[in-house]
Design a protein around this ligand. Structure first.
Ligand code: MF3
Ligand code: CO
Ligand code: CO
Length: 255
């Protein structure tokens, strides 16, 4: 499939959806404390998206996903299903928010440290953030997706962490997941050449141990095979005439 180039009306709608998704992550931050359950976090976000933002939580019923957000704790890599288990101090959690506003999607996720952080959890989360940032800052017309994947992989491996290969970033617009696939590993000077108007996520997943993952019997939850910690950050990004615009940036938290 060809990669879509968004026009200015679509880009404006993506800015709005992106800002709304960023606002949900900002809103939920003070709630991420020891003792809260991921189901409670889901319910707070669901109510905020539906009633305050008058938007749609994209995950709910997406290919049968049963909740409105993804919550991935400790060794969960991605697509964790909110449930009645309480967070405890030292846990690390990724909260992944996708909202639909006026048919367009904004997709962003970040790590939170629950209570007193561990050195390992904080380091893994920081390097995962750096990998996302390094990738985003390379975005401009003419650069290739392989260049970005290579830079992300290099930074992760330099820090002795591994990059998950089975899940990747994606084009996004009035469709949740569309072309291109944005791999977080790869070879320089390969892959799609970026053009202004393309919009895609960059969302590297880093493991403390080996890169391999397995899918739990619920058919959603992805965990590290060796049960080591995993961390992920995600933004939705626009290729501009001379660089990039992060559509899911929050004004209080510049990239
Ligand atoms: N938000 C995830 C992503 O970054 C996708 C979640 S799909 C779901 O692409 F069904 F699990 F919600
Ligand atoms: Co995504
Ligand atoms: Co996401």
């Amino acid at each position: 499939m060809a990669v879509s180039i968004k026009n200015s009306e679509e880009i404006e709608k993506m800015r709005i959806a992106g800002r709304l998704a960023a606002n949900v992550l900002h809103m939920i931050e003070p709630h991420v404390v020891p003792g809260i359950t991921t189901q409670q976090l889901n319910d707070i976000c669901h109510d905020y998206i539906v009633n305050h933002q008058q938007s749609i939580p994209a995950p709910l019923n997406y290919r049968g996903f049963p909740r409105s957000i993804c919550t991935s704790v400790n060794h969960v890599v991605c697509h964790g299903i909110p449930a009645d288990k309480k967070l405890k101090t030292g846990d690390i959690i990724n909260i992944d928010i996708t909202v639909i506003k006026d048919k367009y999607h904004g997709d962003t996720s970040r790590m939170f440290m629950v209570g007193k952080p561990t050195i390992q959890g904080e380091r893994l989360s920081r390097v995962a953030y750096e990998c996302m940032k390094i990738g985003i800052e390379m975005v401009k017309p003419g650069i290739r997706l392989g260049d970005i994947g290579h830079a992300i992989q290099t930074h992760a491996e330099k820090n002795k962490f591994s990059i998950v290969r089975e899940y990747c970033g994606h084009g996004i617009g009035n469709v949740f997941h569309e072309d291109p696939q944005v791999l977080h590993y790869g070879k320089p000077d390969t892959g799609l050449v970026l053009e202004p108007g393309m919009i895609f996520t960059i969302e590297p997943m880093l493991n403390l141990g080996k890169r391999h993952v397995k899918l739990l019997p619920d058919d959603w939850t992805v965990v590290t095979k060796d049960h080591s910690l995993s961390a992920q950050w995600e933004h939705t990004n626009l290729v501009t005439e001379d660089g990039f615009e992060v559509l899911t940036e929050h004004p209080d938290k510049p990239l």
